[in-house]
Design a protein around this ligand. Structure first.
Ligand code: ATP
Ligand code: LTN
Length: 330
């Protein structure tokens, strides 16, 4: 490893259609890191089965998600791209952390579990409840320092930090303490039809989100149909202008411009003109992204995942064995 090189780890579940919020909040951060740091990007399929999945669809989504990583600019030579279930150290470590690192009181604080289950906590799978511990295992196996994610994942990364500290206190210097990194603009992109709600790939109404594989003209239409605020003017203020502020974040994230600059450029625009400009940006972004996406075949991707598995396994096994040794399993 080069001096000053950091270890970066992140992942996305192959569940549902990845959307522009996943891109802006998480994926868009990744390619910028791979020249300086050691980057590991995982398709977290064991996280995806915490809620019921159709097996055929899951298999398809794993390949699609890996292709999306490549289309976003991840270089499989510089970075490791692999599938979580290919490296059994992840589930093995998750079990060990369940026993020696995580507490029920920690998991009871997780807001994502509360939001996802609502009134139906009792019928949720144990896996959905325990999901943050598997995520901690993903991160801690690799000596990760940096975890580039959207804002909703900060709490899970904080838990990984707490677990790492607890294990280190008892068993010595096993884990590196990781840190979440989120974007300044766009760490939380909201739904197009309801800016009080996060844009999410498991949303039932497809008009709330723009999928990365939506037809470009569909992306354009969704922007034109997005809700706006009741008062006029293009400026950023989450309380007063939640819908326009969200559109500004999307514009900045896909158009590579700063929100401040956009506000200046559009100070005299009406909503229609502003949306039209944003629709152009979205349409062009989708065209370019999908051209790149379509340049990879499924066979390409399977090969890349296979290579990634071998590289990831080596790193993961070493730290897992160190911990197993420390706790008396080997
Ligand atoms: P699901 O609805 O299936 O839980 P999701 O859309 O929330 O999916 P995840 O797989 O949980 O997506 O998240 C993948 C990455 O995208 C994470 O880093 C997450 O923080 C980020 N992300 C998800 N939703 C948003 C959002 N609305 N704004 C910014 N980043 C987001
Ligand atoms: N829980 C994350 C996905 C995830 C992840 C990780 C992200 C699983 N393991 C490790 C960063 C690092 C989510 O976005 N739902």
């Amino acid at each position: 490893m080069e001096k000053d090189e950091k270890i970066v780890f992140s992942g996305i579940q192959p569940s549902g259609k990845l959307n522009i919020a996943n891109y802006i909040g998480a994926l868009s951060q990744w390619p910028n890191l791979q020249d300086e740091d050691k980057c590991i990007f995982c398709v977290v399929d064991y996280h995806a089965i915490t809620v019921k999945k159709n097996p055929k669809e899951l298999r398809k989504r794993v390949i699609e998600t890996a292709k999306i990583y490549l289309a976003a600019g991840i270089d499989s030579e510089k970075s490791i791209i692999f599938k979580q279930s290919d490296v059994s150290a992840h589930t093995e470590l998750a079990w060990i952390l369940n026993c020696i690192g995580a507490r029920i009181s920690d998991l009871n604080k997780m807001t994502q579990f509360k939001d996802k289950t609502g009134e139906n906590k009792e019928s949720a799978s144990v896996g959905l409840y325990d999901y943050p511990v598997l995520m901690a295992a993903d991160i801690l196996l690799y000596g990760t320092e940096v975890v580039p994610v959207g804002e909703d994942q900060i709490q899970h990364v904080e838990l990984a930090r707490d677990i790492a500290k607890r294990v280190n206190n008892t068993y010595g210097d096993i884990f590196t303490i990781p840190k979440a990194v989120v974007k300044k603009d766009g760490a939380r992109i909201m739904s197009l039809l309801d800016p009080s709600k996060k844009m999410s790939k498991s949303d039932e109404n497809e008009n709330n989100a723009i999928a990365l594989l939506d037809k470009p003209e569909v992306g354009r239409k969704k922007i034109m149909k997005a809700v706006t605020d009741s008062n006029t003017g293009i400026y950023f203020n989450l309380e007063d202008k939640p819908a326009i502020s969200n559109l500004l974040n999307i514009y900045a994230g896909l158009g590579n411009r700063e929100v401040k600059r956009l506000v200046k450029d559009h100070k005299d625009s009406g909503y229609g003109e502003f949306k039209n400009a944003l629709a152009d940006v979205v349409e062009n972004f989708l065209i370019t992204f999908q051209e790149k996406y379509n340049s990879y075949s499924d066979e390409n991707v399977l090969e890349i995942l296979e290579k990634g598995k071998e590289r990831a396994e080596k790193i993961a096994q070493e730290r897992l064995n160190k911990l197993k040794n420390a706790i008396g399993i080997i």
